[in-house]
Design a protein around this ligand. Structure first.
Ligand code: GTP
Ligand code: MG
Length: 199
């Protein structure tokens, strides 16, 4: 069976639902209580994508609290895909993607990382604080997949991962992956010799 591994990392402010999205995707469970992640945790799931190709997602759940940011960097510097999560009821969580995470990915991840933005807690649409069009606009700007998700009622979760898997396997996407310049840049990131300049 044709199978490929895809390392995916979930990023975003504390409380946006990163752990909940993974729990729903991997175990089909959801907990209302909030236990903030410390450090990072790992899980896997096999998914069949278009063309029957199997993808083994190696999923890294990161801690959204600021004190863990240096540690979190270890997980996106060599990720094949990143899911940036915000909570549609909390504008700060969206601003944090715009003002922090997008730049971090640009500076510290492979150029050909598959990016996705998950607008989570879509079941709480009555308390929406970030218009969906804003999320879509940001996704378009950074060439990211955009999905509305609810870890609570499961909507959009499988679709999010399958869409990432399909892009990851797309021959056109793969073709541009490993230019010589890019290989060099990645090695430098791994060695920690790339200086991150704040724009
Ligand atoms: P950190 O580990 O601190 O970075 O937070 P996190 O992003 O992993 O958040 P977590 O998944 O722990 O969810 C935080 C809270 O939001 C929990 O109480 C969840 O039950 C709740 N939650 C997560 N996703 C959803 C959702 O889609 N809808 C609703 N209504 N609540 C959600
Ligand atoms: Mg968590």
């Amino acid at each position: 069976m044709d199978q490929e591994s895809c390392k995916v990392v979930l990023l975003g402010e504390s409380g946006v639902g990163k752990t909940s999205i993974i729990n729903q995707f991997v175990d089909e469970t959801f907990f209302l209580f909030f236990q903030s992640t410390s450090g990072a945790t790992f899980s896997t799931k096999l998914v069949t994508c278009s063309g029957g190709k199997q993808i083994k997602f190696d999923i890294w759940d990161t801690a959204g609290q600021e004190k863990y940011r240096a540690l979190t960097k270890m997980f996106y510097k060599d990720a094949a895909a990143a899911i940036l999560v915000y909570d549609i009821t909390r504008e700060e969580s969206f601003n944090e993607l715009k003002n922090y995470w997008i730049g971090q990915i640009k500076d510290n991840s492979p150029n050909k990382i598959v990016l996705a933005i998950a607008a989570n807690k879509s079941d709480l649409f009555e308390n929406e604080a970030v218009d969906e069009s804003k999320g879509r606009e940001l996704a378009k700007e950074v060439n990211a997949i955009f999905k509305l998700t609810s870890a609570k009622n499961q909507s959009g979760i499988d679709d999010l991962f399958v869409t990432i898997g399909n892009k990851f396997c797309d021959p056109e996407w793969e073709a541009g992956k490993e230019g010589e310049e890019e290989k060099k840049r990645l090695q430098e990131i791994k060695r920690g010799t790339v200086k991150v300049v704040k724009k």
